[in-house]
Write a protein that binds this ligand. Structure first.
Ligand SMILES: [Mn+2]
Length: 370
């Protein structure tokens, strides 16, 4: 039975400049590793072809070395690789693809389908809809409806863009695709790219999503699809394969009760080298609690691939004991006591909280310096 591995949005050469350099480097490298795992899976499952639905490269300007490395990463599968261009690597007159050909680094088993023409292989025909500009405003899959293919061959569509009316937010580009394209063009499978989460749209149409997460969208990235089709017109059998290694998570913690602390500390202690985390932490903390939090964050930062902490919702609210330990009297002591009382009474008054934090910290520093 013909079998395909459907993948897309490798975004090779992507840089992660909003993350610290060490993590950014690992995340860039992880995208090659994902391609190597796809090659391994393709071999294990002995597929007829790997279908790559665009955005192989993240940018036209990736270095030559990156182009060479991508094609070297395919070595683990000696069968067919069938690729189209997406919006990030559109098949312009001068593109990352023309450079790849000039570098002579595209292996003979890799088919770059950069024009919308039927390509026939053993048992199946591919109808490619490569993007030739970053933004196309017409549906470049429309030609598939009237494209004829030899009888007896499966019809496999390959496209990159947004299926109209189905995806609402965060889609990468305009590039519209008719929601009934598979039915209209009698496609056995329409392999889509652009949406980075895996999404099965109907029995014959899916986004595989990116094989390695690259954003905090939480839309189920990290997979490839194994698609088996018994014969033209048969319903495909689809299996979701796990590929990605990194878990991108957006976490929130509001520290009020001891149970909030327990939850956060256990989440942090469970992080490992595959976690990429953005944590938003809020609450009014005593000096001792702030130290406790910082110690836990320092440990977690070393465990995780990357940990970014958003602290603008944190307030320092020294305890009575901590204030007493400052031993301030006179006018400053009175101000401190008053600020402490007012802050406790008006916990949402940011100005009061900041004033108390500033005064306390200054006094602390003076004491430590003394
Ligand atoms: Mn795209």
């Amino acid at each position: 039975m013909p079998k395909f591995l459907h993948t897309a949005d490798w975004q090779i050469g992507r840089t992660f400049s909003t993350w610290e350099p060490e993590a950014a480097h690992q995340l860039t490298q992880a995208r090659f590793a994902a391609v190597q795992r796809i090659a391994q899976l393709a071999s294990e499952h002995a597929v007829d072809a790997v279908l790559v639905a665009g955005d192989v490269f993240d940018a036209q300007t990736v270095p030559d070395k990156t182009i060479r490395r991508l094609f070297q990463a395919l070595e683990g599968f000696g069968g067919l690789w069938i690729m189209i261009s997406g919006n990030h690597d559109a098949a312009l007159a001068q593109s990352v693809w023309t450079r790849a050909r000039k570098l002579e680094c595209v292996p003979p088993n890799v088919h770059l389908l950069l024009t919308p023409e039927v390509a026939c292989f053993d048992g199946f025909a591919v109808l490619p809809a490569p993007l030739t500009q970053r933004h196309c405003f017409d549906d470049v899959t429309a030609w598939m409806d009237s494209a004829s293919t030899p009888a007896g061959l499966l019809r496999i569509g390959l496209a990159h863009g947004s299926v109209q009316g189905l995806l609402h937010e965060g889609i990468d580009s305009p590039n519209p695709i008719h929601p009934q394209r598979a039915a209209l063009a009698h496609l056995d499978w329409l392999a889509l790219g652009d949406w980075h989460g895996m999404q099965l749209l109907d029995a014959h149409t899916a986004y595989s999503g990116t094989p390695e997460a690259d954003r905090l969208h939480g839309n189920d990235p990290g997979h490839a699809l194994l698609v088996e089709i018994a014969a033209p017109g048969a319903t495909p059998q689809v299996q979701v394969l796990d590929v990605g290694q990194y878990r991108w998570q957006r976490l929130q913690a509001h520290l009020q009760l001891e149970s909030d602390w327990d939850a956060l500390l256990s989440t942090l202690s469970a992080l490992d080298a595959h976690d990429v985390v953005q944590l938003r932490v809020q609450g009014s903390l005593s000096w001792a609690q702030q130290q406790r939090l910082q110690a836990a964050l320092d440990r977690a930062e070393a465990q995780a691939c990357a940990l970014q902490v958003e602290r603008s919702g944190l307030r320092l609210l020294p305890s009575d004991e901590e204030l007493a330990a400052l031993h301030v009297d006179g006018y400053v002591g009175e101000v401190l006591t008053q600020l402490r009382q007012e802050s406790a009474a008006h916990t949402d008054d940011v100005l009061l909280q900041d004033a108390l934090a500033l005064l306390t910290q200054t006094l602390w520093q003076q004491q430590e310096g003394a």
